[in-house]
Structures are given as structure tokens and as C-alpha cells.
Design a protein around this ligand. Structure first.
Ligand SMILES: Cc1ncc(COP(=O)(O)O)c(C=O)c1O
Length: 475
């Protein structure tokens, strides 16, 4: 399938009557003027079948009970909501005021099986594959996390799995390539174009056109033709539903702000969707600002792109004046993509979500800051969200609360970060004890054991928040 398939379109974009944001997409798969189905004829019947099966599955209690069971016992949900005292302190130090600097909380998707949010979607779509009687899945992957999550779902559910991955990403996410192989998947390197996520997606779509009878394409983000953006969002909405319940339980209120990184946009859509109708909760999506805002130097379609068609749907796309997709760059393989999910395009135009971008350098700094102040090595994708969360928290009041979606862990990135900035990393020095601690020590003659300053206090999530979209009526 071509990257700018306007001439292969089977539908023209058009406006739909205004609906509440949570009630989209409409029957044609539109989020306002975005979304839709822009694919060659060969895929239309497969997408129709997928839509029909999914609409039935949405009402199928047994399906959601099975998925909830797997998410609980296999994936390890609910993931915790963690009070990040080290990062909160960092944000407060930037304010220069005693009244400023919100408390930062981390929604720990890095603790889910395989180390990222991607598994929520692949377990759901894996069960859907079985429901359709298909026996093979294919996937595209950038950071390798969706590839690993697809290979894992395939192994757990008895499916065959082929994963397309740009050869540049094969190089920089080597650990995940080995993991996929161990899990029984075939990794197919893609050498065309920029050898990254866009090119892997092209190849996966090409495979699907010839194999659709027995193969399901597990798209890894809220992109692609309808019904994929809706299906992936619904499976990822577990993140937001859990986070909302955890905030209500631990804070007794909704958070004031929620921040997530945006590649295709699935972890962001997953966490935002639970809060989208709660206007008092500010939502922030963070894209990859790369090296600069020059064309080809970043991967920030919502911040710097324009509406267009890519990979089967209409959304914001990085493109040149002739409508050709632009090359992209990001230090993070999972954000290195010229398009973004159509629902994000609609949220942007509706003014509901604020989108911004942070540079490679800012993300690398946040990566190390999180590792050192929390003892959590985040994925480079996630580090983009953390970088902007620190800025946003520092502009908020002290009694306010900000939740960041910690979309994944950074084991896959340590070699690349070491290559890029390893020589600049100094060992961490012990922090000076706080004045308060000094005074206490003076009073007492006996030395008392103390936790390291800034050691994080966890507020674990308890209970089962794995309700289904059908049950909660949110999907
Ligand atoms: C840990 C992690 N976070 C975020 C992303 C970006 O994807 P999305 O925007 O769909 O959440 C990826 C993509 O691979 C990822 O691995």
C-alpha cells in the first residue's frame, strides 16, 4: 500500500455532526473529519469483517471475562499508581516558589508483563484473532515492544507470528529482537525508506493484503483504517480506567493533569479516554521534537504537521508541499513515525488535549533523571512524557496532582543511551541530609537508621479495576 494513498481511497473525508468526544468514532469510523477507511479494495472486506466481529465482541461478556482474567493473572494488572517523590522534588526545585510544583504520580505500565502497555492490546487482539478462526498474526514494530507483546500473545494463545521491523530499529532495539526470536516469532527486517516504523507498517500492510484469509494484522497503535483506532483504544482504555479509580481511591479526587507520550498514540489514548469527558482534568500529549523543528529532524505531526492520509486513515501527517510523507527522526524508535492516531487529531482540533514536543536531548536528560531520582529506568518514549511532565508540574500549584503514563521500561534502550551519552554519566553522589534530619539527629544521642532521602513512597493500587469497556460503558 502506498504511503499517501489518496488516489486509492474508497471514501472521501467529510464532516460528521458534533457528538461528545467519548461517543466517537461514528458508524463510518470518523472522529470528526479524521479517521475513516482509505485502503485498496482488497482490504475492505477484511476490515468490514473485523468491524462486525468486534462490535459483537464488545457485547460479549464471556470475551471480556476471559480477557480480564488474562490481564489479571498473566499480564499482572492492575499496574500500580506510584507517587514519584524524587521527580516531584525536581519539579518543585524548578519553580523558585514554595506554593508551586504539583505532586507527580506514575501509572506504572512498565510493570505489565513484557514491560510496556503494548501487551494490553495484543492480548485483546490475540483473543479476537482466535474468535475469527485465524491462526497467524503479523505485526509492525518500532521500539520492538509491540513486536515482543505480539510474540508473547502468539506464544500464549497458540498462534504463528511474523513481525516486520525497520532495519535501523533492528539495530537500535537489539534486545527486543532477541526476545521476539526466543518467543518463537520471525522478525522480518525492512530495508526500504528510512528503515524505521513507517516502512515496517507499509510491509505489514502489504503482507496482510495477500494473507488476509488466515492472518490477522495486530496493529500496534491507534492508527490505520477503521476499526483499528477504536479497537486499540478500547483495549488500552484499561490504563485510564485503572488510573481514574486509583486517583479517586488515593486522592479522593480526579487528578488535575494527565501527561502521556504520543507516537501513534495508544498509551495516550488509553489513559486519556477515561478522562476525556472530565473537562476539569487537563490532558497533555508529548511528541518527539527530535533534533530541531526542521523537516526531517523530528517526529511531531500534531505539533508541526498538517492533515493528510497515511496508512489508511486521515489524521495529522508530516508531509512536504506535494503531500509526500516526510522523513522523520527521533532518538526513540517507538515515536519515530510521521503520522498519529486520528482521534488525537480530533482532540487537538477540539482543543481538548494540548500537544507539544520535547527534543532528543530533553528526553535523554529526563531518562537519566527518572533513573536516578526514582530508581526506575524508563523507555526513551516515556522519557518524552517525563520531560514535559516536569515542566507542566512546575507550572502547577503545590496541592495539585499530575499523573504521567509511564508507558514502558527502558531495558531495551540502555545500550543506545550508553552509546549516545554514556561518557557524560557521572556516578550519583549521596545527597546532603535535609536540615530537618540534622536537627533531629542533634537531639538524639543514639544514631537512628534512616531511609535514603528521597526514597519513594509507594501507594500501591489494590483491588480489581479490570472492568470491561462494556461493563463500564466507557468504550
Ligand atoms: C514504551 C513505549 N511507549 C510509547 C510508545 C509509543 O507508542 P504509542 O504512542 O502507541 O503508545 C512505544 C512504542 O513502541 C513504546 O514502546
Amino acid at each position: 500500500m502506498s504511503e499517501t494513498p489518496d488516489n486509492a481511497s474508497t471514501e472521501a473525508p467529510g464532516r460528521t455532526p458534533t457528538r461528545p468526544l467519548s461517543a466517537l468514532p461514528d458508524e463510518r469510523g470518523r472522529f470528526g473529519e479524521y479517521g475513516g477507511v482509505f485502503v485498496p479494495e482488497t482490504l475492505i472486506s477484511a476490515l468490514r469483517e473485523l468491524n462486525e466481529v468486534y462490535l459483537k465482541v464488545r457485547e460479549d461478556r464471556q470475551f471480556w471475562d476471559r480477557l480480564s482474567g488474562l490481564l489479571r493473572s498473566y499480564v499482572g494488572r492492575p499496574t500500580s499508581l506510584f507517587k514519584a517523590e524524587g521527580l516531584t522534588r525536581q519539579a518543585r526545585e524548578r519553580t523558585g516558589s514554595r506554593d508551586r510544583g504539583a505532586t507527580i504520580w506514575l501509572k506504572r505500565e512498565d510493570l505489565a508483563h513484557t514491560g510496556a502497555h503494548k501487551i494490553n492490546n495484543t492480548m485483546g487482539q490475540g483473543l479476537l484473532t482466535r474468535k475469527m478462526g485465524k491462526r497467524r498474526i503479523i505485526a509492525e514494530t518500532g521500539a520492538g515492544q509491540h513486536g515482543v507483546a505480539s510474540a508473547t500473545a502468539a506464544a500464549a494463545l497458540g498462534l504463528e507470528c511474523d513481525v516486520y521491523m525497520g532495519s535501523e530499529d533492528v539495530r537500535r532495539q537489539r534486545l527486543n529482537v532477541v526476545r521476539m526470536k526466543m518467543l518463537g516469532a520471525r522478525v522480518i527486517p525492512v530495508d526500504s525508506g528510512s528503515r524505521t516504523l513507517k516502512d515496517a507498517t507499509n510491509e505489514a500492510m502489504r503482507d496482510w493484503m495477500g494473507s488476509v484469509e488466515h492472518t490477522h494484522y495486530i496493529l500496534g497503535s491507534v492508527v490505520g483504517p477503521h476499526p483499528f483506532p477504536m479497537i486499540v483504544r478500547d483495549f488500552q482504555s484499561i490504563i485510564g480506567r485503572e488510573a481514574k479509580a486509583q486517583c479517586l481511591r488515593h486522592l479522593g479526587a480526579l487528578p488535575n493533569a494527565v501527561v502521556a507520550c504520543v507516537g501513534g498514540g495508544s498509551n495516550a489514548a488509553g489513559i486519556f479516554s477515561a478522562f476525556i469527558d472530565d473537562e476539569e482534568v487537563k490532558l497533555f500529549g508529548v511528541e518527539a521534537g527530535g533534533r530541531s523543528s526542521e523537516a526531517g529532524e523530528h517526529a511531531a505531526p500534531l505539533t508541526l504537521g498538517a492533515p493528510g492520509v497515511l496508512h489508511g486513515s486521515r489524521s495529522y501527517v508530516l508531509q512536504d508541499e506535494a503531500g509526500q510523507t516526510s522523513p522523520v527522526h527521533s532518538v526513540s524508535a517507538g515515536l519515530d513515525y510521521p503520522g498519529v492516531g486520528p482521534e488525537h487529531a480530533h482532540w487537538k482540533d477540539a482543543g481538548r488535549v494540548t500537544y507539544s514536543s520535547v527534543t532528543d536531548r530533553q528526553a535523554l536528560d529526563a531518562f537519566l533523571l527518572c533513573a536516578r531520582s526514582e530508581g526506575i529506568i524508563p523507555a526513551l518514549e516515556t522519557a518524552h512524557a517525563l520531560a514535559d511532565a516536569l515542566r507542566i508540574a512546575s507550572e502547577m500549584d503545590r496541592e495539585e496532582h499530575l499523573v504521567v503514563c509511564l508507558s514502558g521500561r527502558g531495558d531495551k534502550d540502555v545500550e543506545e543511551v550508553d552509546r549516545l551519552v554514556g561518557d557524560q554519566i557521572e556516578p550519583l553522589k549521596a545527597r546532603r541530609p535535609r536540615v530537618r534530619d540534622k536537627k533531629r539527629k542533634k537531639k538524639s544521642s543514639a544514631p537512628e537508621p534512616s531511609a535514603p532521602e528521597g526514597s519513594a513512597s509507594e501507594t500501591p493500587a489494590t483491588g480489581d479495576q479490570t472492568g470491561t469497556p462494556t461493563e463500564s460503558g466507557e468504550a
